[in-house]
Design a protein around this ligand. Structure first.
Ligand SMILES: [Zn+2]
Length: 273
């Protein structure tokens, strides 16, 4: 008789990136764990409201999962929820940022341990959950973008022209090249089809966000002192850099852009009242 690989029990903390139905009763969860990296596992009975794993159907939950390795898919047997991030659901902007982050995490290769990536996601989701309005979400979101770029090994080169090496003292006009991975001087801006015109302030803030262990509450506060325009420069540059280095496609991006634009307008209206 052919021998099948023995199933091995496992216990790991993980973030639910997404859940899809499997048959009438079960769900397949895509999880991101510090020790096991990205992996998929079946949660039996998770489609039934009475099933003990039904609470795992929501994304953005962090839990400790007990399970066993299977021949094709791992099986979850128990889960103890650690964080549900209660303020994400019902808030379109927060949900959009969280979906964006989970989609970036979903680019990870299967089963490559990633403690640092998990830590970034965990800090980001906690901060986003507590974030205050458009400005708070923007601070958390831009921090996540800067961190994720660096985590992927695509930390942008800032302060020198990536094409000719000229030092940019961040005065005058210069550009950010998403494909080139950093700032470009005026002479070299033509190396990219559509470089992003950026300010020194925005690029210094991007550098600082990459080095901060957690997101600032607001980007208007010291040491950033950024207005919404400079925040937008960071968001566009970092998103385009993520897209250039990732799989070139983020399904969650259009709805995130819509949610950001709508929240920015209502934040402006609230200020002017
Ligand atoms: Zn140059």
């Amino acid at each position: 008789m052919p021998r099948t690989a023995a199933s091995v029990p496992f216990s790991t903390r993980a973030l639910v990136l997404r859940a899809r139905p499997l048959g009438e009763k079960d769900r397949v969860l895509t999880l991101f764990s510090p020790e096991r990296g990205k992996f998929s596992a079946v949660a039996r009975g998770a489609r039934s409201p009475k099933g003990k794993l039904s609470a795992l159907a929501q994304p953005f939950i962090i839990a400790r999962f007990l399970g066993a390795t299977g021949r094709t898919l791992d099986i979850i047997t128990q889960a103890q929820i650690e964080a549900i991030h209660p303020h994400l659901s019902g808030d379109v902007l927060k949900m959009s940022w969280a979906s964006f982050a989970c989609e970036c995490a979903d680019w990870a290769p299967e089963r490559v341990a990633d403690e640092e990536g998990f830590a970034v996601l965990q800090v980001f989701l906690n901060s986003l959950d507590e974030a205050d309005g458009f400005a708070g979400c923007e601070a958390a979101g831009l921090w996540f973008q800067a961190q994720w770029l660096a985590h992927q090994g695509y930390s942008p080169t800032l302060g020198v022209c990536v094409s000719c090496g000229k030092k940019l003292d961040f005065v005058g006009e210069f550009w950010f090249g998403p494909q080139s991975g950093g700032t470009l001087c005026g002479n070299c801006r033509g190396v990219e089809a559509s470089p992003e015109k950026v300010s020194g302030k925005a690029m210094r803030a991007l550098h600082r966000l990459e080095r901060s262990r957690r997101p600032p509450r607001f980007l208007e506060d010291a040491p950033f002192e950024l207005d919404e325009h400079a925040g937008g420069e960071i968001a566009r540059s970092a998103m385009r850099a993520l897209l250039a280095h990732g799989e070139g496609r983020l399904r969650s991006l259009p709805s995130l852009q819509d949610a950001r634009a709508a929240a920015q307008v209502s934040a402006g209206e609230a200020r002017n009242q």
